[in-house]
Design a protein around this ligand. Structure first.
Ligand SMILES: [Zn+2]
Length: 849
């Protein structure tokens, strides 16, 4: 008969079609059931699905399916983070349009996703590059503008002088050259749009406490990125003019040890301070720093470079003259653009002072000491104040606040909190992004595009060359417009938005994805949000998640949302690693040998025959160690792939792809297949005789798996429990009781969230008319978990004196022990000598006295 062989290639597409036709995965309208919003981070439509996607989406899908079966109404959508540079580059390389390339990729990836049996509500699919989506991205931009949170200012950008274009940091290689033209990248000041995320720095930090179900690691990364430091702003007057240098320091307790100050080369005071004899050296230094990236300037492992300006300031605390330097590691756009140099108590300053022969004055010691040894390295811990005038002898922690009070009283400074977080530069000089809905009018200035004129659509007839600034700026017919306020000839903004803006609100749009009149209705967004379970890669721990939290808080403050954290629970799934072959004798990219070219039994270089090193590394094209989901599906089916990625490692840990373990899941599903098809073939007469051991195995599985799928989602251990239940059903000699039938049903219901296709097929094979995926989840019966008991009769000298309940299957020694400890025995045996005890297993214990 047809059901005798497990054939996923026939079964899986059949069920995918049934689910789509029956609309099983569509989000139910609001009803009394509790809501559950399960969301995977949406992908960039690169065109091909990789195993990392499969893992991410399968985890979320298993959770979504489990919640549906548990009586939740579930929102489980999917969409495309579809703007961005790769499409623009592909368009240039292949002479096509970015929209065409992107939508082709979306088609391709959607069909790949559908083959995995993911329960998405495709009616809510969205693409951020579609006008019906970016209409609302633009509308939200104007909300930010209205709130005073979007503004323009001059900012330093990476400028490619050959291509005449702005480059992202990632497009500048380690030598400071453009990835495309190879030109030495310059720094240029351009007017750019910013979002004022710094206004929310403190709330973004404080509210991390409201996220107990986020990984600690992610919260720490966000806190570090926000980088709150509590300290003081101190001023150092110049010796030659009224001007003052302001520094921010978290170590006011070290101020008596300040032996120089350092300005950023871009600091406006540099010119005034520099003396004629230092002028040429300073100018050469400023020019050389201008071509170095910020990352390189502040990299910890790079030596710091500086130049003396010839000028001096006064340390108001010591009244000493201290030299003013400029150095590459001080950034003008961070803090005040100036720092105080305390070499005795700062690692970087210690190195800098030694390099340039600057004074090192120790002002804190580990404990009160009279004789100081020369410092071999900076002392950065707390301790006791010395050489600090009125603060000598104080502990340095107390001294911090006391020195700030003193500075405030003397007018030398004040307490200050500083954040590392800077405003979010959102403008890009690119075509394939959301146009910023602004018109620049010579009379009115910045004018928002009126609501009725949204969306500002991207023009199609644009020429993409990758050169000459924003492609939109070249298109006069698009750029030139009348001012909506006064009718004067005006120009459109030609920058587009950072794609992180598109992804900062997509989860809100899913709640009302097709609404043509609003970004979302309050009713729907407040019904579904916040996301109950968000799943995605830890590489998004900072930017995407921080920006999304920022958006949510702003929109909440605007009265558009009634919650201010978007993601209640976050799971950052581990990487998928593949078996990786490298030739240690080769350099660079050539050292990676694609696994397709290697015989795993004898791994050697196909070109040279040299032996290869074998390791596990995150799957990537460059290492040639990827496994394509399509290959796995065509060999084993989607359910086996799903089972493997869920079983092989806990969701948050890295997973090593292992063919043998994939085979293991194939065998497991085949065993389930045979168990049920054989039962149907045999058509046994079902008996009512209860099977307590089997019943216990069934209800243990229900209990354990339900617990594993609650809270932290231990999907791997849930599958181990499924295997135990399968073993119990395979091993029992009783394959014809109502308990056995209950066991088969239970196995399929518990399997359904993980392997939905085979579970659906076997459920229908067993003759059920409903869909297993909408079948209610099971509740365990606590009484079934109780170990079986028997009544043990207790005799004294052959006379029945009473009975007790004991576990069945107890051996003679155990029975005697139970009997001796029973109340009955103690009553009759007290003070008597037991000559002999006779235990009859399953029946009685007789004490002879
Ligand atoms: Zn105007």
């Amino acid at each position: 008969m047809e059901t005798s062989k497990y054939n996923p290639q026939a079964i899986e597409p059949k069920w995918q079609k049934v689910w789509a036709e029956q609309q099983l995965d569509q989000t139910p309208k609001p009803d009394d059931r509790p809501k559950f919003y399960a969301l995977s981070m949406f992908p960039y439509p690169s065109g091909s699905l990789h195993m990392g996607h499969v893992r991410n989406y399968t985890i979320t899908d298993a959770i979504a399916r489990f919640k549906r079966m548990n009586g939740y109404r579930v929102l489980h959508p999917m969409g495309w983070d579809a703007f961005g540079l790769p499409a623009e580059n592909a368009a240039i390389d292949r002479n096509t349009h970015p929209a065409k390339w992107t939508f082709q990729n979306i088609e391709q990836m959607r069909s790949q996703l559908q083959e995995i049996g993911l329960s998405y509500d495709w009616d809510r699919e969205l693409a951020t590059c579609a006008p019906d989506y970016y209409h609302w991205t633009q509308w939200l931009f104007l909300e930010f503008l209205d709130a005073g949170l979007a503004y323009q200012k001059e900012a330093t950008v990476n400028w490619d002088p050959i291509d005449q274009t702005v480059l992202a940091n990632e497009q500048v290689d380690s030598d400071g050259r453009s990835w495309r033209s190879g030109a030495k990248v310059e720094k240029r000041k351009l007017r750019q749009w910013f979002f004022k995320i710094t206004d929310y720095a403190d709330r973004l930090l404080q509210d991390l406490d409201q996220l107990p179900h986020w990984p600690e690691r992610v919260k720490t990364m966000q806190a570090n990125w926000i980088g709150k430091s509590i300290g003081a702003e101190l001023t150092f007057p110049l010796t030659t003019s009224e001007a003052k240098i302001t520094v921010f320091t978290t170590r006011p307790d070290t101020v008596y040890g300040v032996s120089y100050v350092v300005l950023a080369p871009e600091h406006p005071l540099v010119q005034e301070i520099t003396t004629p004899d230092q002028k040429s050296e300073v100018e050469a230094f400023v020019a050389s720093v201008a071509s170095i990236s910020e990352i390189d300037r502040t990299a910890e492992d790079k030596p710091k470079k500086g130049v003396f300006t010839g000028g001096y300031a006064i340390n108001p605390f010591t009244n000493q003259k201290i030299p003013i330097w400029i150095a590459d590691y001080v950034l003008f756009e961070y803090g005040t653009g100036a720092v105080m140099g305390v070499p005795a108590h700062d690692v970087r300053d210690f190195a800098f002072a030694n390099q340039y022969g600057l004074t090192i004055q120790q002002v804190i010691t580990p404990k009160a000491e009279t004789e100081l040894k020369e410092l071999q390295s900076a002392y950065t811990e707390a301790g006791v104040m010395i050489h600090s005038d009125r603060f000598d002898g104080l502990d340095s922690i107390t001294a911090k606040t006391e020195i700030i009070k003193y500075a405030e009283a003397e007018g030398w400074g004040k307490a200050r909190i500083q954040y590392r977080l800077r405003d979010w530069l959102i403008s890009r000089q690119r075509y394939w992004g959301c146009p910023i809905p602004i018109i620049h009018c010579p009379k009115c200035g910045i004018v928002p595009v009126p609501d009725q004129d949204l969306p500002v659509e991207l023009p199609n007839n644009v020429e993409l060359t990758g050169r000459g600034g924003s492609p939109l700026a070249q298109l006069a017919s698009w750029v030139n417009v009348k001012c909506p306020k006064c009718g004067t000839d005006a120009k459109r903004e030609t920058d587009t938005m950072d794609t992180f803006i598109d992804s900062s609100w997509y989860y809100l749009r899913f709640t009302d994805a097709k609404n043509p009149k609003e970004a979302f209705t309050k009713e729907k967004v407040n019904d579904w949000m916040p996301v109950d379970q968000y799943v995605g890669g830890v590489e998004h721990a900072i930017l995407h998640l921080l920006y999304s939290r920022f958006f949510t808080k702003v929109l909440s403050d605007r009265g558009l949302l009634n919650f201010d954290e978007p993601f209640q629970r976050l799971l950052t799934q581990g990487m998928v690693q593949g078996l990786t072959y490298s030739n240690p004798k080769k350099e660079g990219k050539a050292k990676w040998i694609s696994s397709d070219l290697v015989n795993p039994a004898d791994p050697c270089d196909p070109e040279t025959g040299e032996p290869l090193e074998v390791s596990y590394a995150t799957m990537s094209k460059s290492k040639g160690n990827g496994v394509s989901p399509q290959q796995v599906i065509s060999k084993y089916g989607a359910d086996v792939m799903r089972m493997f990625v869920l079983f092989k490692a806990p969701p948050e840990k890295d997973l090593e792809w292992d063919e043998a373990d994939v085979e293991g899941q194939w065998r497991f599903l085949n065993r389930i297949w045979r168990l049920i098809t054989e039962f149907i073939d045999v058509k046994p007469t079902i008996s009512d005789v209860p099977n307590k051991n089997l019943k216990r195995a069934i209800h243990t599985a229900i209990k354990e798996i339900s617990e594993d799928l609650t809270g932290d989602y231990q999907l791997n251990t849930a599958i181990s429990e499924l295997m135990k239940l399968n073993n119990a059903l395979q091993d029992t000699s009783d394959k014809a009781s109502t308990t056995f039938v209950e066991g088969l049903e239970t196995l399929l219901i518990l399997l359904a969230p993980f392997a939905p296709h085979i579970a659906s097929e076997l459920w229908s094979t067993l003759g059920y008319q409903d869909y297993i995926l909408t079948h209610p989840w099971l509740e365990h019966d606590p009484s079934a978990l109780v170990v079986d008991e028997i009544t043990l009769v207790i005799q004294i000298n052959g006379k029945v004196r009473g009975s007790i309940q004991v576990p069945s299957g107890s051996d003679k020694a155990a029975l005697e022990e139970y009997a001796r400890n029973s109340e009955v025995a103690q009553k009759y045996l007290e003070g008597k000598e037991i000559k002999k005890a006779i235990a009859v297993p399953g029946k009685l214990v007789n004490f002879v006295i």
